[in-house]
Design a protein around this ligand. Structure first.
Ligand SMILES: NC(=O)c1ccc[n+]([C@@H]2O[C@H](COP(=O)([O-])OP(=O)(O)OC[C@H]3O[C@@H](n4cnc5c(N)ncnc54)[C@H](OP(=O)(O)O)[C@@H]3O)[C@@H](O)[C@H]2O)c1
Length: 314
């Protein structure tokens, strides 16, 4: 347990800062459920997979390569299958969608957990800033591609972050999605996490009239490999002080697992969650027009990527 957890009380759901993924699933049998988690090979995604498999779910864990995913999945107690899904490579994402469909999986939940943070210099994929492309566009392709596999009461959980507050004014710089018009590592990360949040909000609006639900999650601050770009000094400080001030991976994985399977998450559908309770995001994250615009732009980007891939094959 992290030191801070001792000073924080539980919220309305009965869970809080110090709750772990094991605790938010205590007493649950997830036998018969199939849950896809991106980024199964590290950090809180790995912990989420471990706990979901331990509770009986069939976990479909994705990583950049099938080998990497399969190696981690083989360490879990329970059933887990590894799939390749390199989120910055549309062909790989499409391949993952096709493989999950071909294997006939119907999904109880999709957890869009994988992510990169604060790349020191501008990097791009297909002309788009890499954090926006990996964290948002890759997941947009994956999740929308798998929507028809989602069961009647299926849930989609997107990992956002309190970092979404660092997004540019207006939320998303639609005129600078390449990053060429100016690049700041924290702003770009914030924008990608704002996009994850807006995507979950728009998905929930599109789920109205169905029993499907969508959530955005801030997992807390957890010492994982995510901090690799913060530089050696800060990374060492974080590693040394982590046990005192940061969440453990068990605590960090709790909110995404809570959103994916706990019955108490159902009345909170469409919310931004932190510490397994409702949290208030930045005001523009709740702007339906902004979310709708991001969805439309993302569709256009994905369509262009599909056309690009099609013309390369022709
Ligand atoms: N840790 C925190 O304090 C914190 C705070 C707020 C939000 N979050 C969010 O929580 C999520 C999980 O982060 P974490 O802390 O567990 O970080 P992590 O240990 O670095 O794990 C990130 C995962 O994402 C995968 N990934 C990165 N780029 C990918 C790509 N292009 N294609 C496929 N997979 C890719 C990584 O695979 P590789 O190992 O192969 O790179 C890894 O499995 C992220 O979305 C992050 O933004 C974390």
């Amino acid at each position: 347990m992290s030191l801070l957890a001792m000073f924080k009380s539980a919220g309305l759901t009965g869970f809080g800062y110090g709750s772990t993924a094991e605790q938010v699933t205590e007493g649950y049998s997830l036998t018969g459920q199939t849950i896809l988690v991106t980024g199964c090979n590290s950090g809180i995604g790995q912990e989420a997979c471990r706990v979901l498999a331990m509770r009986g779910a069939l976990v479909l864990g994705t990583a950049r390569t099938k080998e990497k995913a399969a190696a981690v999945c083989s360490t879990f107690t329970g059933k887990a299958i590894g799939y390749a899904c390199e989120l910055s490579n549309p062909l790989s994402v499409r391949g993952c969608v096709a493989a999950v469909k071909a294997d006939g999986h119907r999904l109880d939940a999709i957890i869009g957990n994988a992510g990169i943070m604060m790349l020191p210099k501008l990097e791009k994929s297909h002309g788009y800033e890499l954090q926006f492309f990996t964290n948002h566009i890759g997941h947009f392709m994956l999740v929308t591609g798998l929507l028809e596999q989602l069961k009647e009461r299926g849930r989609v959980v997107m990992l956002s972050s309190e970092g979404h507050r660092q997004a540019p004014i207006g939320g998303i710089s639609f005129e600078n999605l390449s990053g060429e018009g100016g690049y700041q590592p924290l702003t770009a990360y914030g924008q990608s996490k704002m996009a994850n949040l807006l995507f979950a909000k728009e998905l929930q609006r599109r789920f109205v009239g169905t029993q499907k639900t969508a959530y955005a999650v801030h997992p807390g601050v957890v010492a994982t490999k995510l901090a690799r770009n913060l530089g050696p000094v800060l990374s060492r400080v974080l590693a040394a002080t982590g046990p005192l001030f940061l969440k453990s991976v068990g605590e960090g994985a709790a909110t995404e697992v809570f959103a994916a399977v706990n019955v108490k998450a159902l009345p909170l559908a469409g919310s931004y969650l932190a510490d397994s309770n409702v949290a208030k995001p930045r005001a523009d994250a709740e702007d339906p027009a902004l979310a709708a615009r991001l969805w439309a732009e993302s569709e256009k980007i994905v369509q262009a990527l599909d056309n690009e891939a099609g013309s390369r094959q022709a």
